[in-house]
Design a protein around this ligand. Structure first.
Ligand code: BGC
Length: 521
């Protein structure tokens, strides 16, 4: 039966009444709900603001102002100039070692070289063939260095290197088709502070980066390697050049970029070298004649701060890290920048935050038996790596799942969103400080070179793989260096470049002996 129109009107009125009622009720409920949500959120965010303020106070000393960066630049520049004047190891922060490399490659070098590259936790043996116009073929193998060797007797380390050289030559059949008395030339990339007396004589001044073998400091490392090679009967190799990794990096790149005058390593350690006019090097002991206008200087800038010129930016965490390191009061600048230390700085901040119950509140148990894995992370020095810092700081997932996964992998199970968020802030801050300091140092280098345009060759894990670090570095550099500059990644630079150093030396010697033969004095 169809309802009468009267009934329909009545029904409409009822519906309207009901809708109104429902509407009001919904409105009231929504209002209550929304208010409850906001109250809850405010409560939550006020909790987070308090947390964030405390965290900010801890991170503030790591945030460098423009003025502080300029002061670091001025101090580095002064220390570089002082280091060029004398070898006064006590008062000078920077060693500024002349490397006896005077020329970049001309393109006419050629030849075959073995290269041993020692400087991080692994070392590499390479076979480099330099062909026309410095085209290079490289074949290499990475050998792990057993930890015991890093801290054991120096002679054992060099014997191990010689043994690996033998294996490399045999595995690659390098002696095949060569006469029995063939002797290989070897360039030794040795990335530690060395005082050179020629290209083939270099005294180790101190170990850095976790190495601490006995009976090497104060000795000539070229002759130690040569003796270890000679102890292996049947190995015919002559060590013809000792090259710092920064110098190799510079040389490899300058065969392509003619305006490349500096090499920088931002990796396990940090250092830079550059071409300096000999007239600006009062302590230069080599010849001063018209043919030698420049020499490459290995700055050893990682040592900046030894005499206190970085105290105005050092934090309590930096001091704590330094005191428990293998090299207290040494490599102050390196310890703020390089990959060997970045993870540890972050870990020490995390430990501080845990102790203040800001991180993992209520979950880091006092008794090791409840969560031993948490305690391992908290106690074990070096258990958080620069790679973790890089991955966490670039975590843009909504729930910070990458950060959570990394924390879980090192024994911190089910971290909360807040934990992850705070740890990401810590990583960002520590990495940004490192990038700004590295940029400040490169800016000083470029300003000293004083060229209309300059290329700086760079290598090292931080520059290669840590994208945020590289981006921040370039941004800061652009702000502090008005003149044209570019940073170029030097691929396999420390090995290829060392072979080039040896090849340039060979070419120059051949040229001068030909000259002497033709024009005897
Ligand atoms: C060393 C330098 C080296 C740098 C990069 C530093 O610890 O002292 O000689 O160039 O690390 O490997």
């Amino acid at each position: 039966m169809v309802p009468s129109s009267e009934y329909i009107i009545e029904f409409k009125v009822d519906v309207l009444k009901t809708l109104k009622l429902v509407g009001i009720t919904t409105g009231v409920l929504t209002a209550i709900g929304v208010s409850a949500y906001y109250i809850h959120r405010n409560l939550q965010s006020s909790k987070r603001v308090i947390l964030r303020d405390e965290v900010r106070n801890i991170l503030r000393p790591f945030q460098l102002t423009e003025e502080q960066i300029r002061r670091v630049m001025a101090n580095l520049n002064t220390e570089m100039t002082n280091g060029l004047k004398s070898d006064e190891a006590i008062t000078n922060d920077l060693a500024m070692f002349p490397t006896f490399v005077h020329h970049g490659p001309s393109g006419q070098e050629s030849g075959e070289y073995l290269v041993v590259d020692l400087g991080g936790s692994n070392f590499r043996v390479s076979h480099v063939v330099i062909e026309e116009r410095n085209r290079m073929r490289l074949n290499n193998k990475i050998f792990l260095i057993p930890h015991s060797l890093l801290l054991g007797a120096g002679e054992k380390l060099f014997d191990y290197i010689a043994e690996c050289l033998q294996r490399f030559i045999d595995d690659n059949k390098l002696s095949l088709h060569k006469s029995n008395d063939h002797q290989f030339d070897l360039a030794f990339t040795f990335s530690f502070p060395c005082k050179q007396r020629s290209l083939r004589e270099a005294t180790l001044v101190s170990w850095t980066k976790g190495f601490s073998c006995t009976s090497v400091v104060g000795n000539d490392v070229v002759s130690m390697l040569q003796q270890a090679i000679n102890r292996r009967k049947g190995l015919r190799i002559e060590v013809v050049a000792l090259v710092n990794d920064t110098v190799g990096t510079l040389m490899a790149c300058s065969s392509t970029y003619r305006d490349c005058r500096a090499g920088v390593i931002l990796g396990t350690g940090t250092n830079a070298c550059y071409f300096e006019n000999i007239e600006n090097v009062p302590k230069w002991i080599g010849p001063r004649d018209n043919t030698l206008k420049q020499v490459v200087i290995s700055t050893e800038w990682g040592a900046l701060g030894k005499n206190g010129c970085l105290d105005f930016i050092r934090t309590d965490i930096d001091r704590e890290l330094d005191e428990s390191s293998l090299t207290p009061q040494q490599q102050v600048f390196e310890k703020m920048i390089s990959a060997l230390y970045l993870g540890e700085i972050v870990r020490l901040i995390i430990v501080d935050l845990v102790q203040r119950s800001i991180l993992f509140p209520g979950r880091m148990q006092k008794s090791p038996s409840i969560r031993p894995d948490y305690n391992i992370f908290l106690i074990l020095r070096g258990s958080f790596y620069a790679k973790h810092v890089a991955d966490i700081e670039s975590d843009t997932t909504e729930d910070l799942s990458i950060t959570a996964a990394i924390l879980t992998s090192i024994g911190i199970h089910e971290p909360s969103y807040d934990d992850c968020y705070i740890i990401r802030e810590v990583c960002k801050t520590v990495s940004l400080r490192a990038a700004k300091l590295a940029a400040a140092a490169i800016a000083v280098l470029i300003n000293r070179l004083n060229m209309p345009s300059v290329t700086v060759a760079v290598d090292g894990t931080l520059f290669r793989h840590h994208n945020k670090f590289k981006k921040n570095l370039i941004q800061t550099l652009d702000r502090f260096v008005p003149r044209t500059h570019r940073l170029v990644l030097s691929e396999d630079g420390s090995s290829k470049g060392s072979a080039l150093v040896a090849a340039v030396d060979r070419r120059l010697k051949t040229a001068s002996s030909t000259y002497e033969k033709n024009f005897p004095s």
